[in-house]
Design a binder for this molecule. Structure first.
Ligand SMILES: NC(=O)c1ccc[n+]([C@@H]2O[C@H](COP(=O)([O-])OP(=O)(O)OC[C@H]3O[C@@H](n4cnc5c(N)ncnc54)[C@H](OP(=O)(O)O)[C@@H]3O)[C@@H](O)[C@H]2O)c1
Length: 250
């Protein structure tokens, strides 16, 4: 999977949503999906970053993306439902959803963890993917071959000291992915659901988590894209309910 070579037309005519598309891994995924033919719905918090990605995709001559500014911290249920209605009107379906947006929160022992930060991290990392999935499943059902990818983390599979709400939120993400995989484990639905751990990757979040680390020791987000493309495209049909790693385990 890590050596997967995506055909140039892998995502031709597909409608794919990427959250946290303005930076880091989400930005690389949005561009890779567009480069393989998808119309990408760029969801994120900082509009200027989404606009940069939009401009880069357009300048490269790939299908025109769409920008959806959305701050998962404050978005209400009706915002998700309105987004689903807009997509229904414009595209009629959704073929892929990469849940990628996330925040780190504090690195702190549980006994000192700030409860407000805890709630914020849980909301952005776990509740928002639930609300978005809830709103998008009817549209994903209208695709003949849809893929949902939940972004996890090593500490969402094996907790480690001081990772606080981030670790717990990623366990919740794994749970949501498993739950949906089981609920949608039916050929009629045609939606595959998997969780993906990118592994240590050179992004802003990694620098926040490991300020003393040499960033050059980790791969760029672009280097992970074979796995992101594989899971989003038709070649992963039948891969369902799996916990996947984007990098070989060290
Ligand atoms: N990098 C790693 O080593 C690593 C390892 C394991 C897992 N991950 C996971 O990979 C995913 C991507 O992380 P990254 O490393 O690429 O980090 P990043 O560069 O910090 O990107 C995070 C993205 O999430 C968006 N986001 C944050 N809060 C949001 C909110 N309230 N509403 C909407 N969007 C919001 C950010 O938007 P803005 O542009 O507005 O900031 C940004 O685009 C995350 O789920 C992370 O947990 C990363």
């Amino acid at each position: 999977m890590q050596d997967y070579q995506a055909p140039a037309d892998l995502l031709k005519d597909r409608i794919v949503m990427v959250t946290g598309a303005g930076s880091g891994i989400g930005r690389a995924a949005a561009k890779a999906y567009a480069a393989h033919g998808a119309t990408v719905i760029l969801v994120g918090r900082t509009v200027s970053r989404l606009e940069e990605v939009y401009d880069e995709i357009e300048a490269a001559g790939h299908p025109k993306p769409a920008i959806v500014p959305m701050n998962f911290e404050g978005a209400a249920v009706k915002d998700y439902e309105e987004l689903a209605m807009t997509l229904e009107d414009n595209f009629g379906r959704l073929d892929g959803l990469l849940h990628n947006a996330g925040i780190l929160g504090a690195r702190s022992p549980v006994e000192l963890y700030d409860p407000e930060t805890w709630n914020k991290v849980m909301h952005v990392n776990a509740t928002a993917p639930f609300l978005l999935s809830r709103a998008m499943i009817p549209l994903l059902r209208k695709s003949d071959d849809a893929s949902m990818i939940f972004t996890s983390s090593g500490v969402g599979r094996q907790a480690r000291a001081y990772w606080g709400a981030y670790a717990v939120s990623k366990f919740a993400v794994e749970g949501l992915a498993q739950l949906l995989a089981d609920e949608l484990d039916d050929e009629r639905h045609n939606i595959r659901v998997n969780s993906l751990n990118p592994g240590a990757t050179r992004t802003g979040m990694r620098v926040l988590a490991y300020p003393a680390e040499d960033p050059k020791k980790n791969p760029d987000p672009e280097q992970l894209m074979p796995v992101y493309l594989y899971l989003m495209g038709r070649d992963s049909k039948g891969v369902h309910g799996q916990q996947i790693d984007a990098q070989p385990k060290k």
